[in-house]
Design a protein around this ligand. Sequence first.
Ligand code: ADP
Length: 457
Amino acid sequence: MALSELCEQMEGKILQGSPDLRFRRFNIDSRTTQPGELFFAIQAERDGHEFVPDALRQGACGAVISHGMRDLGLEAALVQVPDTLLALQKLARSVVSALRPRVVGITGSVGKTTTKEFTAQLLTGSYGILKSEGNFNNHLGLPLSLLQLEAHHDVAVLEYGMSAPGEIAALTGIVPPDIALITNVRPVHLEFFSDLRGIARAKQELLEGATPGGVAVLNHDDPLVAEMAGAWGGETVFFGLSEACTVRALNIRSRGWDGISFDLALGGETRAASLPFFNRGQLYNFLGAAATAWVLGIPLAHITETAAQFKAFDKRGESYRLDRDIRLIDDSYNSNPSALEEALQALAELPGGRKIAVLGDMLELGKAEADFHRQAGNQVSSLELDMLILVGPLGQHTAEAAEAAGMDPEQILVFADSSAAAEALPALLASEDVILVKGSRGIRMEVIVQKLIRERG
Ligand code: ADP
C-alpha cells in the first residue's frame, strides 16, 4: 500500500512525505529498524516518540506519530493519528480483510509457540503460510505479524496470548480465527486470576471471538478445555489420547533418546508415527497441530512423515550430547508447575547415568507459589532423581520438601542466581549424567546451558 492508502486505513493525516511512498516493513523498535520501514511510535514502558529520530537515522523512511514532533530535521514521511497503537491494529485489520487468509488462532497456557511451529511445518508445501514470529502474540505482536501478510499467504498461523481477562477478546477483535485451537488450561499467570476456571474463561474468549462457522480444535484430555465445546456449539475436532478424539495417539512407546513412537488415528485412518521428543507435552502439541492440518485437508501420510523430522525449538526441550556422554536437556525457555511435572517425569524415564534436575524458580504463581515449589521437591524425591540443583529464592521450598521426602541433603544445592549455578555445575558432573535445565524466563537458566556447552560441548 502507498502512504496515502495506509493513511486512509489508519484514519491519519500526512504531515509530510509523498503520498506515493511505499514501505518494506513495519516496526515499533528502533533497535531493529531497517531501511525502508515505517516506524510506529508506540507508548509502552517508554514513549516510542523518543525513538523516532533513531529509527529515521537507521533508515526508516517514515513514522506514525500521535503528537507533534519538532526539529526532526530529516526528510521522512510523517503521519499523525490520534492513537498509534489503534492505528497499527486498524491497519492490520484492513490487511486481513483485503487478503482474506484462513486464520488459525492458537491459545492455551503452555505449548502455543510449539503448536504454532508444528502446525506451520505440517501445512508448508500445501499452503502459503504466514506464522507469527517467535512469541509475537499480544496487542502489538499480533498486528505486527499480520502486517507481513502478502497475497501468496493462504493461511496465517497465529498465537493469541494473554495474561489477563479480555486480552484474547481484544486480539480476536483484530482478527477472528477460522480455526481456534486451545492447547490446555494450566496454572500459569495465576497472579492475575483467582483460579483455573478464571483462566479457562479467558481462554474461551478465542472461541467467542472465532468466525461463525469456524472450527474449534480442542484438547479433549484437558477437562477445562473439553468443556468449552458445550458453549461453542459449532464444529469441534477433539485431539488427545481417548477414543472420543477425532485425532488421537495410541500405543505410545518410548524410544529412549530417539523420542516416542505411536499410532496416529485421524478421521478413521491409522498410521504408525514417531516424534523425536520424550516429553508428553510435545505429543499434545503435535496432536493439536495434526488436528488443524487434518481440518485443512492435509493427508495422514504427510503428517506422519513431517512429524518424524520435527526438531525442538529454541530452549524448549532441545537435547545435547556433551563430552563424557553427558546429556543435557535445555528446557530453559520457561517453566510452570505442570510443564515441570512432565519434564521431571520424562527425565526419570530416560536412559543414562545419574539424573540431575537443575531448576530455576517458577514465577507469577501468586499465593500458592511456595506450595507449587514444594510439590516439585516431593516429585524429585519420589522419582529418585540423583541430584537437585535449585536457582532462586523459591528453590528453598523445593529443597526443604525434597529433603523431608527422603532425598539425601548432600545431593541438594541452592544457588542465588543462574550465574552462580553455572559456575559451580561443571565441576559436579560425571560421565553419562543426564541433566535437565528448566526455569521461568526471568531466572535466565540459559546462562547455565551456555556455560555447560562452552565447557563440555
Ligand atoms: P507458550 O508459547 O505457550 O509459552 P511454548 O511452546 O513456548 O509455550 O513452550 C514453553 C514451555 O512450556 C516448554 O519449554 C515446555 O516446558 C512447556 N510446554 C510446552 N508445551 C507443553 C504442553 N503441551 N504441556 C506441558 N508443558 C508444555
